[in-house]
Design a protein around this ligand. Structure first.
Ligand code: PEP
Length: 216
């Protein structure tokens, strides 16, 4: 199975979300070997999930999850509140580590929260030095210099990093960093990269679908 995950980050207002969904519904053709994941800003998760619930092989996820279970934590997005709405959650994105100072310890707690609430963590690492918490079955390797720069890492280098990580065989390994419809197939031709976490190119539904088509 191949996984094409789109992280919209803090982009799009409600009108733009509706336009994205409209185009996506018109253009998307499911493929049994390809799963698509969409990670909208939190206020739109439920809306997007409702709109796409009948699209085969499409799921909706959260861009983050709290390390707290519930309670007096104003503004937090808890796994308790996401349970039954989001199937996956990105955890440890380099922007969360850098801008919001999330630590390895907090990230471990977030993974525990997600797992306790039936949410699959998509755990982001910057290189082989970032520890991966127990229970993680989905690793997104995202080299900092490739994120949002237009300079994707060559697939051969990505493969070398995968080897250094010594991941168990049942772990899904995806790459993120300036993936687009032109460079995507380079990764799949290695036979060892299971998909992508995509930022900018996922904001355009047509481009997102074109990338997914390279996985067939
Ligand atoms: C990301 O932020 O996870 C990412 C991979 O972004 P981009 O595709 O824009 O490089």
């Amino acid at each position: 199975m191949k996984y094409i995950l789109g992280n919209w980050k803090a982009n799009k207002n409600f009108i733009e979300v509706k336009q994205w969904i409209y185009t996506f519904q018109r253009e998307y053709r499911a493929n049994k070997n390809v799963v698509l994941g969409i990670f909208p800003p939190t206020p739109f998760i439920s809306y997007v999930q409702g709109k796409l619930k009948d699209c085969k092989n499409v799921f909706v996820g959260s861009q983050t999850v709290s390390s707290f279970e519930k309670g007096s934590y104003t503004g937090e997005v808890t796994a308790t509140s996401l349970d039954g709405v989001a199937e996956y959650s990105i955890i440890g994105h380099s922007e969360r580590r850098r801008v919001f100072a999330e630590t390895d310890e907090q990230l471990s707690e977030k993974v525990m929260q997600a797992l306790a609430h039936n949410i699959v963590p998509v755990y982001c690492v910057r290189d082989e030095k970032d520890p991966i918490p127990n229970g993680v079955k989905f690793v997104a390797y995202e080299p900092i210099i490739a994120i949002g720069t237009g300079q994707n890492e060559p697939a051969a280098q990505t493969l070398m990093m995968k080897r250094k990580m010594k991941l168990p065989h049942d772990v899904v390994f995806i790459y993120g960093g300036s993936v687009n419809e032109k460079n995507a197939s380079e990764y799949f031709s290695t036979g060892e990269i299971d998909g992508f976490l995509i930022g900018k190119a996922s904001l355009d539904p047509k481009q997102f679908i074109l990338i997914a088509e390279t996985a067939k």
